[in-house]
Design a protein around this ligand. Structure first.
Ligand SMILES: [Fe+2]
Ligand SMILES: [Fe+2]
Length: 360
């Protein structure tokens, strides 16, 4: 799942068009687009040695296919947010002249992995999607839409942050910058695929409008690292757990998007590995007692947020045959920031929830 992050704020003026271009060696072409009331377009065209991802809120256009265009999402304390950070501090942290801990060979090898683009042809839809969506009726339909909408917002949030980091770090550290740009390619693909899923339910998120209109939350780089690392690793474990569960229990396979999770989660795993390498190069964010306390605080807040989100949507997890609490416990323990810490945190969260008088 995407990082829970984004950029912009004061350092980055919201724009109506966000575009990413990066070199690839492939000639395979994949195009996904959404047209909103004011034409929000997300397109991936990979060919002739270049990959291009464009998200734009363009001029007026009529709704296509009778789809309802959603310009805003229901904001709550737990809604996936867009984030901004201190890009000047980021530039300092990734300056090889200043930071001698940056392991350039490791980043070169990570870059080669991202350039390989293993999922370039993975996100291709088929007619099964619409047929399956039409069969999802009643309360589960609304909860499915919410799942797609929230996941799309979270993936898109990652796209925006990584895209901006790729742009800002280009001069300071071109290798790290290119990895961020390629990660934004992945997140754009994920967000696009989820938004196409919404179109099966006759909806589409206007991502261009969201880019301009949503508020951005500021996190210092240290906290961006904690939050994105956790978000990527949690995303990996959530996707792979759902994929394995549905493979064993195909009766619950009610929508084909879950079949894509096995390869999809490898993107998130790679993103998490990259943040792990980034943090190793910033020992001041890991090794002193204050940093350790902050890291544990972030673990707790991210796990609590995930749990509160999931427990409010138990019907979704039950709809695909999962027990929400067991699912979250499994994910928290597997993320293994620290097995002991995670197990204690998970037990604490579930204990507090069990003694609360009513469901949260
Ligand atoms: Fe993602
Ligand atoms: Fe990711």
């Amino acid at each position: 799942m995407a990082a829970m992050t984004c950029s912009m704020g004061t350092a980055v003026a919201p724009r109506s068009t966000v575009a990413m271009e990066t070199a690839t060696s492939s000639s395979v072409s994949q195009r996904v687009s959404f047209v909103g009331r004011r034409s929000a377009v997300v397109a991936f065209g990979i060919g002739n040695g270049s990959a291009r991802v464009t998200m734009a809120a363009a001029g007026a256009a009529a709704p296509k296919g009778g789809k309802q265009q959603k310009k805003e999402i229901d904001e709550t304390l737990l809604t996936p947010r867009f984030y901004t950070t201190d890009f000047d501090e980021m530039e300092q942290l990734f300056n090889v002249e200043i930071n001698k801990n940056l392991n350039e060979a490791e980043f070169e090898s990570l870059l080669a992995e991202f350039k390989a683009d293993y999922n370039q042809t993975h996100f291709v839809r088929n007619p099964e999607f619409k047929v399956a969506a039409d069969k999802i009726q009643g309360p589960l339909r609304q909860i499915f839409v919410e799942f797609l909408e929230r996941s799309c917002t979270a993936e898109f949030s990652g796209f925006l942050l990584y895209k901006e980091l790729g742009r800002r770090l280009k001069k300071t550290n071109p290798v790290v910058a290119e990895i961020f740009t390629l990660m934004s390619r992945d997140e754009a693909r994920h967000a696009g695929f989820l938004n196409k899923g919404l179109s099966d339910f006759n909806l589409a998120l206007d991502l261009g409008f969201l880019t301009k209109s949503r508020k951005y939350t500021f996190f210092k780089p240290q906290f961006i690292f904690y939050a994105t690392y956790l978000s990527e690793k949690i995303g990996y474990w959530r996707y792979i757990t759902i994929f394995r569960h549905l493979k064993q229990n195909p009766d619950y396979q009610c929508y084909p998007i879950f079949k894509y999770f096995e390869n999809w989660c490898q993107d998130e795993n790679r993103h998490g590995d990259f943040f792990s390498a980034l943090m190793k190069a910033q020992p001041q964010f890991l090794n002193d007692w204050k940093a350790k306390l902050w890291a544990r605080f972030f673990c707790l807040s991210v796990y609590v947020t995930m749990y509160l989100n999931d427990v409010q949507r138990t019907s979704f997890y039950e709809g695909i045959g999962l027990n929400t609490r067991d699912f979250d416990m499994h994910v928290i323990v597997e993320v293994r920031y620290s097995l002991v810490t995670n197990s204690v945190l998970a037990a604490l969260i579930f204990f507090v929830h069990s003694i609360l008088p009513s469901p949260i």
